[in-house]
Design a protein around this ligand. Structure first.
Ligand code: JFZ
Length: 440
């Protein structure tokens, strides 16, 4: 009898757990995947959709927003699908490019704000299979290739929708011009979104996670996060949930993201939340746009990207570097070159990056530190002096060497901190790495 009572209570708890994420306890495999995620460190973001056809329309700025920027009504915008025919798309080539860069996962837009599904959705015909001459499910093709090449696949999914009539009341964007009626059933929209998420989490095998975006369109809306997050964790307990809401993570989320800013920085103006204890990820563009922009040639240098990647690691954050593939299905050639250079750098210095956590000294103007066990990597990027000062190494130093040639470096440690000599002649342009081994 007592046993039955305990079983009953247990079942009730499981039941509650399944329908609310507020008291969210991540599953074993979820925790394991968080570890994997943090060790993996580097991923490829892909923004690809029918907006890619317009290639930014001759403007700078974020090309995937063109529908809203140019106030294109849905009826006209839908034409773009007729011109989306990426015959040169080769999933193997994309995944190989990601691998060559040293990336361990890919996060691709399953649906962006324009509502267009880049997969074979049964709950909408506004999707790549039904509306484009190409007619193939690119997410499936990509997933199969990712499985083949050992890369994890995540889906970016927009909660904001400029196309669905039931996304009503409307938020800051997608107002007026779209041609939708001034009425709609919000609950039905959430059900629709959950139905598409169910498709994504049941028809494509194991998914790395869901990268949400769009809540910022209207804070007051009833997003029903508990329901959506519980659904995802029920379908795939290991899938990691993150959301680009720029706030501290909500219950049910498994990682925290920062958009085009290092954690804690707010150069963009919208990254105001603090830094949580969850795994962190920073996303970054190659130029100024996520979607393919034909005009924007202001590509960041490989030096800048590598330095940002390493600084993010100094905060313990992953680096999700974007690609906006062209409408023909190819990655932009200049981006492929950039990826190769980063991959080459990681091939040589990856030991100081992968599988590390943030180091004992938080990022400074001169660089950052990462750490694995009793080994600290000091990444010196911009140091005008011959010395670097590290205030807070709690353990005694065993040895200090230059990563490059394993030569010993002079240092002095006392109770105020540690000073290490890093000779100018030993410096390189991107990141001069000092390896400190600490005593137990
Ligand atoms: C969002 C998307 O809007 C953008 O297209 C891209 O996918 C990026 C990764 O995520 O970026 C935002 C998020 C919030 C705001 C603007 C752009 N905002 O609050 O104004």
């Amino acid at each position: 009898m007592k046993k039955l009572g305990i079983t009953f209570i247990f079942l009730v708890l499981i039941y509650i757990q399944a329908f609310t994420q507020s008291g969210y306890t991540p599953a074993e495999e979820n925790l394991k995947n968080r570890e994997w995620f943090q060790d993996a460190k580097f991923g490829m973001f892909i923004h690809w959709g029918v907006y890619s056809v317009m290639a930014g329309g001759g403007d700078y700025g974020i090309a995937e927003w063109i529908m809203n920027e140019k106030q294109i009504p849905i009826k006209a915008y839908e034409n773009l699908a007729n011109f989306f025919n990426p015959v040169a798309f080769d999933a193997a080539e994309w995944v190989a490019a990601a691998k060559a860069a040293g990336m361990k996962y890919i996060t691709i837009t399953s649906k962006h704000h324009d509502g267009f599904a880049m997969f074979d959705s049964k709950v909408s015909d506004w999707d790549i299979v039904e509306r484009t001459p190409y007619g193939k499910d690119v997410l499936r093709m990509l997933k199969e290739e990712c499985d083949r090449q050992g890369i994890k696949l995540f889906f970016y999914h927009s909660q904001l929708d400029w196309h669905h009539p039931d996304y009503y009341p409307r938020g800051r964007t997608g107002q007026g011009y779209t041609g939708r009626p001034e009425s709609g059933n919000w609950g039905r929209y959430i059900d629709y979104m959950n139905a598409q998420l169910t498709e994504l989490l049941t028809n494509y095998g194991d998914i790395g996670g869901i990268w949400f975006d769009g809540m910022w369109d209207q804070w007051d809306a009833d997003w029903q996060l508990d329901k959506t997050y519980a659904l995802i964790h029920k379908l795939q307990p290991g899938a990691l949930i993150g959301s680009n809401h720029h706030k501290m993570p909500y219950p049910g989320e498994d990682f925290q993201m920062f958009e085009r800013d290092l954690p804690g920085e707010n150069t963009m103006g919208f990254n105001q939340g603090g830094i949580s204890e969850l795994p962190l990820e920073m996303c970054e563009t190659m130029n100024g746009s996520w979607g393919y922009n034909i005009k924007d040639r202001r590509f960041k240098s490989t030096k800048e990207l590598i330095q940002t990647m390493v600084k993010a690691a100094g905060y313990g954050a992953n680096f999700l570097l974007n690609n906006g593939p062209m409408p023909n299905g190819k990655l932009q050639p200049e981006n492929v070159d950039t990826l190769k250079v980063i991959g080459k750098w990681l091939g040589k210095y990856g030991e100081t990056y992968y599988g590390t956590t943030r180091g004992p000294v938080s990022p400074r103007s001169w660089g950052a530190t990462t750490r694995r066990g009793n080994t600290v990597y000091v990444h010196i990027m911009d140091l005008p002096d011959e010395y670097v000062f590290l205030p807070e190494l709690r353990q005694k130093i065993e040895s200090v060497k230059l990563f490059e040639d394993q030569s010993n470096l002079k240092y002095s440690q006392n109770n105020m901190g540690t000073i290490i000599t890093v000779p100018f002649v030993k410096r390189n342009d991107i990141d001069t790495i000092v390896v400190i081994n600490l005593k137990e």
